[in-house]
Design a protein around this ligand. Structure first.
Ligand code: 4AD
Ligand code: MG
Length: 434
């Protein structure tokens, strides 16, 4: 075979004519006695190719006829626009090399969700998963871009941690030589010490939550994008959160239009998030709104459940920032509202279309006595948090931050029914393989 200069399938579709060399995997194939049609896929798109018995060597024809779904091949041929082809262009094959054969690829049409989950390593090649992987990469890149632009630096916290941060019930414990430690629920208690070295930091890292309930929103291993910033107040935290969500959605709309289309996701549904300011309202006002619109009675002091978050989100076409939650439903580190210790300066970003909490954040409590009191109330020994309390002993400053569940954001952007589709190999209480 002659020397190749490969182009991607997407480039070939754009080119639409002339010679091209492509490489990829057999997505679909069918044949007659004179023609073999191979729909080829690569990371960028699919294209129909045709091998004509009369026009190729006997060897190429014999190889082509034997090809099965997911074999990897190299083809060279001539492009031609053709409305009947799935992506509007067809390649008339002149040369073909089989790189890796495939024998009865297990995934065929109409298989159960369970079967696809068991074969996740193969299902990743599907058009849907391919689109997700690209959108996911855009979201990660956009998060970093946004904070790099605002002079933050990337910072890394340990995954083995000696204490809890978000409540003991969702901790995974790990045998650590002769003692027991926990997998990180959040970077936060290791981020707060670092902002006294460099004021503006972010990370994207795995987090672990032993949430027993199987829902469409919960994973046991998720990627959390977090930021922490010194000399900042509650509204600054909300502004950063709104800014980065807008930037992520805008980037996906710019770079992944084709992928959204592959997923059947209406991009217009994402537009308001980019174009309009996010509504902001207190927890107390949310209760009033739910009473007024849906006649729902929620006792003040109860956390918002899925059903309440969903009703709230149904009133808007973009994320809503809910602020000033009752202290009793939030983590120990959130700052009390001055003069109103029963509420804290914590916020949740509730995504539209019933995707639930995308971001949780707060200004941080700086009063060391309040922190100790709250730790004790949760059954914790403040002794174990001395390193953390030192941040308040030596040059404490107003500060805060948030954490964003990457899979929550991706699931919403993609319009998925379950968060499991937003990560390559999901981990849930019922699933830890492949
Ligand atoms: O609200 P959370 O628990 O906040 C924290 O961990 C803070 N320490 C973050 C911070 O201020 N630095 O978690 C943050 C986000 C949630 O809003 C949600 O999007 C996501 O992480 N999240 C989950 N996503 C999927 N599965 C789970 N089990 C999740 N738990 C939290
Ligand atoms: Mg939360």
């Amino acid at each position: 075979m002659s020397k190749h200069h490969f182009i991607t399938i997407q480039q070939a579709i754009a080119q639409g004519e002339g010679e091209a060399s492509l490489r990829g995997w057999v997505y679909r194939e069918r044949e007659s006695n004179k023609f073999k049609f191979i729909v080829l896929r690569d990371g960028t798109n699919i294209i129909q190719t045709v091998v004509k018995k009369e026009e190729v060597s006997e060897q190429i024809w014999n190889d082509a006829v034997k090809l099965q779904v997911e074999a990897s091949i190299i083809v060279k041929g001539v492009l031609k626009r053709d409305e009947r082809a799935p992506t509007g262009v067809e390649l008339n094959v002149r040369e073909l090399t089989v790189v890796g054969t495939s024998d009865q690829f297990p995934i065929t049409k109409d298989q159960s969700i369970e079967f696809l989950a068991d074969n996740r390593h193969l299902w990743l090649r599907s058009r849907q998963m391919n689109a997700m992987l690209k959108i996911r990469a855009t979201a990660f890149r956009a998060f970093r871009e946004y904070f790099d632009k605002h002079d933050f630096i990337e910072y890394h916290s340990p995954m083995f941690q000696a204490t809890q941060a978000e409540g003991g019930s969702s901790l995974f414990s790990v045998k650590y030589f002769n003692t027991q430690v926990y997998l990180s629920q959040t970077w936060q208690l290791y981020a707060e010490p670092a902002i006294q070295s460099y004021e503006k930091i972010y990370t994207i890292a795995p987090c672990f939550r032993a949430e027993k309930s199987v829902t469409s929103r919960h994973l046991t291993e998720l990627w959390m994008a977090e930021m922490e910033v010194a000399w900042a107040e509650f509204t600054d935290i909300q502004n950063y959160g709104e800014g980065v969500v807008k930037h992520i959605v805008k980037s996906v709309l710019e770079h992944n239009a084709l992928d959204l289309q592959t997923l059947g996701r209406d991009a217009a549904k994402l537009r308001p998030t980019v174009d309009k300011p996010f509504p902001r309202m207190t927890y107390t006002d949310v209760l009033k709104l739910l009473k007024e619109k849906f006649d729902m009675d929620i006792e003040w002091g109860k956390d918002l459940r899925t059903i309440e978050e969903d009703k709230l989100s149904s009133l808007f076409d973009l994320p809503v920032i809910v602020t000033e939650y009752p202290a009793v439903v939030k983590a120990f580190y959130m700052k009390e509202v001055p003069g109103h210790p029963e509420v804290v300066q914590g916020c949740d970003f509730i995504g539209p279309e019933g995707y639930g909490e995308l971001i949780g954040g707060s200004e941080r409590e700086t009063d060391i006595e309040v922190l100790k009191k709250k730790l004790i109330a949760q059954g914790e020994d403040p002794e174990n948090y001395q390193y953390y309390l030192d941040t308040r002993r030596y040059g404490s400053v107003p500060h805060g931050g948030f954490g964003m569940g990457m899979e929550r954001i991706i699931s919403w952007i993609c319009g998925f029914e379950t968060i499991k589709d937003a990560i390559p190999f999901p981990r849930t209480p019922a699933r830890w393989t492949p």
